[in-house]
Design a binder for this molecule. Structure first.
Ligand code: PLP
Length: 378
């Protein structure tokens, strides 16, 4: 492959477009390294007041960002979203769950529920990749699993409680995997019972932590399933223990303090600038830039056909067969523009571009110009 050098002045200010781990803002990193701010917390006990205050900042920042009503609680612990799926299987699904399955991540939770010997076979509604299914009210089901944004395909769906034929919200908990949506897409707390995520995406932090906003109904379910002794719950997956620790601004075991600090900084950046309206508007601007470019392009098009399903946090762009998107991503990487490769198991001739709030919409605009530059020279 001959080298293609993108002119420096065309390049985005920051070349990180990965869907997670994703761009961490330099301002947050500077605050982390500041001896008077983050640096003095690193290497100190998570059981003492300074780190507990940090956990408190995260919990109150999340509650403020999502406008959580009275009675909702913010819980967090170690293990990332993958750990939370197992916690949900043990502590939030009573007998049977229903799942909207439309990509790698949404299908994983369904598989875990199916594998649990103490649960009934889950109801799984699937749809073609690049679309999402609707979940219908089902009286055999006590928990509905939605994915606000399917990171593997770049499809977003509205968070809404499934409705009965008469239009009433279905009884049962609504559990929403918001890993690549939370902080970038609008949401109403009344529509969910658990809105869970990890902070390595919109929250511009590192992986390894999970965070969940739980409604009073979800908390009641956790107390009953994990507290009654009727069901064996592995200690590490005990959401009731995590809830109790979180109430005291702890985590059950040792957390990554730098991750908590970067998460808190991002929350304060959002909340001091107008909250979810501010952060989602940045994603909307980036989405407008990338999708309008793809629609105008002769070589590219949005993978997701319905504009309302196109993710405003993770864009997937198909390229015509004569152009090798893998090579394009490799040339971008040589030029310092990284992680635009498609989701590894999707197997499409595609680029995947994160549009998280940390990413400057002007950088997304610059990226599209860089892609055009490379395409002309490939
Ligand atoms: C939608 C979604 N759910 C779950 C996960 C898994 O998260 P974690 O790596 O924190 O376990 C990811 C990771 O990319 C994701 O995008």
């Amino acid at each position: 492959m001959h080298d293609i050098a993108i002119p420096q002045e065309m390049k985005p200010g920051d070349g990180r477009f990965g869907a997670g781990p994703s761009k961490v803002r330099p301002e947050a990193l500077r605050a982390l390294a500041d001896p008077a701010r983050g640096a003095k917390l690193l290497g100190t006990s998570h059981r003492q007041a300074p780190v507990r205050e940090l956990v408190g900042r995260v919990r109150s920042g999340v509650a403020a960002l999502f406008g959580l009503p009275e009675g909702y609680e913010v819980v967090l612990g170690n293990g990332g979203t993958s750990a939370f799926w197992d916690m949900a299987v043990f502590c939030l699904v009573e007998e049977r769950s229903a799942h909207a399955s439309f990509g790698e991540f949404s299908s994983r939770f369904a598989e875990r529920a199916a594998a649990a010997p103490f649960l009934a076979e889950p109801v799984v509604a699937s749809s073609e990749l690049g679309t999402h299914p609707e979940l219908l009210a089902d009286d055999r089901v006590d928990a509905y699993a939605l994915t606000h944004n399917e990171t593997s395909t770049g499809v977003q769906m509205a968070v809404e409680r499934p409705r009965t034929p008469s239009g009433e919200p279905a009884p049962g908990l609504v559990l929403v995997d918001a890993t690549s949506a939370a902080g970038g897409l609008g949401v109403e707390a009344a529509e969910f019972d658990a809105y869970y995520f990890a902070p390595q995406k919109c929250f511009g932090s590192d992986g390894g932590l999970w965070c969940a906003c739980l409604s009073p109904a979800a908390i009641e379910r956790v107390e009953r399933l994990a507290g009654g002794g009727a069901r064996f719950v592995p200690a590490f997956l005990d959401l009731r223990a995590a809830l109790q620790s979180s109430r005291a601004d702890y985590t059950v075991n040792t957390p990554a303090i730098a991750t908590l600090f970067l998460f808190a900084e991002q929350l304060e950046w959002f909340n001091s600038n107008g909250g979810l309206g501010f952060s989602a508007a940045r994603c909307d601007a980036s989405a407008a830039a990338v999708y309008s470019w793809a629609e105008r392009s002769d070589v590219a098009e949005p993978f997701v056909k319905r504009p309302e399903d196109r993710s405003h946090t993770v864009a997937t762009i198909d390229f015509r067969d004569s152009l090798d998107a893998g090579r394009l991503a490799a040339v971008l990487r040589q030029n310092g523009i990284v992680d635009t490769d498609p989701y590894r198991k999707l197997g499409r001739n595609q680029l995947r571009i994160a549009l998280f709030p940390s990413i400057d919409p002007a950088d997304v605009e610059a990226l599209t110009a860089c892609i055009d530059y490379v395409v002309e020279r490939l």
